[in-house]
Design a protein around this ligand. Structure first.
Ligand SMILES: Nc1ncnc2c1ncn2[C@@H]1O[C@H](COP(=O)(O)OP(=O)(O)O)[C@@H](O)[C@H]1O
Ligand SMILES: [Mg+2]
Length: 275
């Protein structure tokens, strides 16, 4: 488990205020609760992520962070409470409907189609495949959309420096390339809010810096609202203006990393003992 001390490779990016928030949306959670059998994984979580914010969600293993992201993104719909996106109640919507409202997520383990090339993965990203309507087929407009998708995929790939691996199978990618490819695929959608589950896990130190730069660009240039679960607290500190600490399914504390480092409850939750 990661301690609260900042360690290792020092990030090259700087946190600041997002300058482009016009497209951003807020996310609000209201008393979200989710149990697996007798295990209360999420136990009454409420907080708001303001439009255009980049916030962190940290906590020990088993705290309920992934389950919470699953609830917000619709991958787990067996919860009580409410989730609002830009003021709209999206509670218990299915994932593709939530994605169509521009909230997307990445997973703790990237979910790329490993037997397909990077380009095919980008092209297979669902939300822009709007040509599969009867009208589209009859009018032949799917061809235009296919072309638009291809141009969009090439531009997304270029912005993530993936051109050299576009024809590689995803199974051939390094951990870092896989993360970046997953992020790129996620961004094939018109994304206004993104939930990241441990994006730095399995990424080499050099690629961590690149990944962080991509995240900052997403946030600052595209004005995307970001919630990041991450164990590597140096990145949380660099990237996130505010952080929620989760333990035993609840929010234990919120603040900047500096504030949280002095919080006795937080130290106990992480280290199992007060300093
Ligand atoms: N699919 C599942 N079935 C049963 N229990 C689960 C499942 N997923 C998670 N849990 C349990 O829910 C709790 C929270 O897990 P999780 O949301 O994965 O935490 P975190 O992401 O913070 O490590 C843990 O006790 C975990 O064992
Ligand atoms: Mg998790």
């Amino acid at each position: 488990m990661t301690g609260l001390a900042v360690d290792g490779d020092s990030p090259q990016t700087a946190a600041g205020q997002s300058s482009a928030t016009s497209a951003a949306v807020s996310i609000r959670l209201e008393d979200v609760r989710c149990a697996y059998g007798g295990v209360q994984a999420v136990n009454g979580v409420s907080f708001e992520v303001p439009a255009g914010a980049f916030i962190g969600l940290i906590g020990p293993n088993g705290a309920g962070k992934t389950t919470l992201l699953d609830c917000v993104s619709g991958f787990n719909r067996g919860y009580s409470g409410h989730v609002y996106l830009g003021g709209q109640d999206i509670s218990r919507w299915v994932p593709h409907r939530i994605a169509s409202k521009s909230l997307v997520r990445t997973f703790q383990t990237p979910r790329l189609f490993r037997g397909m090339t990077v380009m095919s993965n980008l092209m297979a990203a669902p939300p822009r495949q709007i040509g599969e309507t009867i009208r589209g087929v009859v009018l032949g407009s799917w061809r235009d959309e296919e072309r638009t998708n291809l141009v969009h995929a090439q531009s997304v790939a270029a912005s993530f420096s993936l051109q050299r691996v576009l024809d590689n199978y995803c199974s051939e990618l390094s951990g870092g390339q896989e993360r970046i490819a997953e992020l790129a695929r996620t961004l094939m959608a018109d994304c206004k809010a993104i939930l990241l589950d441990e994006p730095f896990a399995g990424v080499s130190p050099a690629n961590r810096v690149r990944l962080a730069e991509h995240l900052v660009r997403l946030w600052q240039e595209l004005g995307v609202t970001i919630v990041m679960v991450e164990h590597r607290l140096e990145w949380i500190e660099q990237l996130c203006s505010s952080v929620h600490v989760m333990a035993n399914g609840r929010i234990l504390a919120s603040g900047t990393m500096n504030e949280l480092r002095k919080d006795r409850q937080v130290l106990e939750a992480y280290l199992g003992a007060a300093p």
